[in-house]
Design a protein around this ligand. Structure first.
Ligand code: MN
Length: 496
């Protein structure tokens, strides 16, 4: 990121391009105020501190975000790191900006370490989100810029910030539908959390893409011509590369077989309306044969985070599988900006009407779920909390287990049936034995065999969770005959 070229004039120009009526005088005043407040402070990289809020503001301006949020971003570190107070901010720039900055400041410093820190962080973020979700948009921009300058920090701190971004920030951005920011947060952290995997996946992707540019250009040309023949005007058509961390997770899902991943590059087509989306899909299928089971209608059935699009993979020229993603402009903005789309200006310079209360409801639900989970955790004893670890499913869901837990505990936590049929496990992509102790941040994948009769009695010697112990001993009992065997295969209460 070329900070040196970022200036307040550049920022204002950028904002002018999507909101010519913005209060530029005020934006300039805000910038001068922040610059003054941070005078004499420097980033770990040695650069003047103002570089950081300015860069974060640029990230949001590049997403055509509401100038009010951008002004709060310029001021986001002022109350915490300088002698200027929130009251002073309010006096100068009004309540709205001051309250956004206050939200960020509250997220600020974390007292605790280890697992408690994780919980404290989550709780703070959800409270901030509940009060004003715009605070999260600023926080993500702040974090993205910090991740681009991690090299200046000591390794330990670097790792902690990257891990936190990968495990907490990115999943929240994902739940808020902010795909752009989620992708940035993941790829920037990936490199620091799993450096070897990062290099490996990057190399794999680059090799796979080598020399393919011409091919994709050719496919895009054919598509454009055919759509034109049918009078479908295309707003935009372009290839997009899959992000590295998302490719990494998919590789884990697909047993590391790159050949089974069809969307390393996808061609994205944006058209006027929903009817044209379906018409485009039909035309693609008349040129190239679609691959069975790869047609997905997320327009009729959106993903849980609201994502809408049509996906299909076809055997294109030369029999090569190519994925297409077809959507309207509105769907595309929703997909890229998620909840931030409400503060994003479209190409006509107007803001999206707040018609989707869906987002707000969804958000309320996420908060409720997580806060419930947190209050459960809070009720437990502190020493119990300290002995918990957090591991991840290949899809990125966080699972908490007692310290010393093994892949078998993990398997039973997911579902009793997965526990009973489990034959092996992969941790961070490596095959491990079933009694391996899991560590914080591990990505765990369980291998099962549907023909397996049940758990091995030996597992009882190393499992740590009550659930796993119960299932294993019940199975051993049932083997001794009796009707209980039949009851044991029924899902138990409490199983998810
Ligand atoms: Mn900051």
């Amino acid at each position: 990121m070329p900070h040196r070229t970022q200036t307040i004039n550049g920022l204002i120009k950028k904002i002018e391009s999507y909101d010519p009526k913005a209060d530029f005088e005020m934006i300039r005043l805000v910038y001068d105020y922040a610059k003054d407040a941070h005078e004499g402070q420097f980033r770990k990289s040695g650069e003047p501190y103002i570089i950081h809020p300015l860069a974060a503001a640029y990230i949001l301006a590049n997403m055509s975000i509401d100038p009010v949020i951008i002004m709060a971003t310029l001021l986001h570190d002022v109350p915490e790191d300088t002698d200027r107070t929130l009251e002073d901010l309010e006096k100068n720039f009004g309540k709205e900006i001051a309250s956004l900055v206050e939200g960020i400041t509250k997220l600020g410093k974390l007292k605790y370490r280890g697992v408690e820190r994780y919980i404290e962080n989550l709780r703070k973020m959800f409270i901030a989100m509940a009060e004003d979700v715009r605070v999260m948009i600023i926080k993500f921009a702040d974090r993205i810029h910090n991740l681009t300058t991690l090299d200046a920090l000591p390794p330990q701190k670097r790792y902690r910030i990257a891990l936190e971004s990968l495990e907490i920030y990115a999943p929240i951005a994902n739940r808020l539908g902010m795909d752009e920011m989620k992708g940035e947060l993941e790829d920037l952290s990936f490199k620091f959390v799993y450096p070897k995997e990062y290099e490996r996946v990057k190399k794999m992707r680059d090799e796979k893409l080598q020399g393919k540019e011409k091919y994709f250009k050719h496919i895009i040309n054919i598509t454009e011509k055919e759509l034109k023949k049918s009078n479908i005007s295309v707003i935009s058509i372009h290839g997009r590369n899959k992000k590295l961390y998302s490719l990494h997770k998919k590789l884990i899902d697909k047993n590391n077989e790159l050949g089974r991943i069809y969307d390393i590059v996808a061609i994205r087509i944006i058209v006027d309306n929903v009817a044209k989306c379906y018409a485009t899909l039909g035309i693609l299928h008349s040129i190239w044969k679609p691959i069975k089971g790869r047609i997905k209608d997320y327009i009729a059935q959106p993903k849980p985070n609201g994502y809408q699009s049509l996906h299909t993979t076809v055997f294109a020229e030369g029999g090569e599988p190519v994925e297409f993603q077809i959507r309207t402009l509105e769907m595309n903005e929703d997909a890229e900006y998620g909840i931030a789309a409400h503060w994003h200006y479209d190409e006509h310079g107007s803001r999206r009407p707040q018609k989707d209360i869906k987002w707000v409801q969804e958000l309320a639900q996420i908060q409720k779920d997580i806060l419930n989970k947190l209050s459960d955790l809070e009720e437990m004893k502190v020493d119990f909390l300290q002995s918990r670890i957090f591991v991840l499913t290949p899809k990125g869901d966080v699972i908490d287990l007692p310290e010393g837990a093994t892949p078998v505990d993990f398997a039973y936590h997911i579902h009793s049936d997965i526990g009973n049929k489990c034959t092996g496990a992969r941790v961070n992509e490596k095959m491990v034995s079933l009694d391996t102790e899991l560590r914080n941040g591990d990505i765990v994948e369980v291998l099962t065999d549907k023909n397996r009769k049940g758990p091995s009695p030996d597992w009882a010697k190393f499992v740590k969770t009550h659930t796993a112990k119960t299932h294993i001993s019940n199975f051993a009992k049932s083997k001794n005959g009796g009707l209980s065997r039949f009851f044991n295969i029924l899902p138990k209460k409490g199983d998810k």
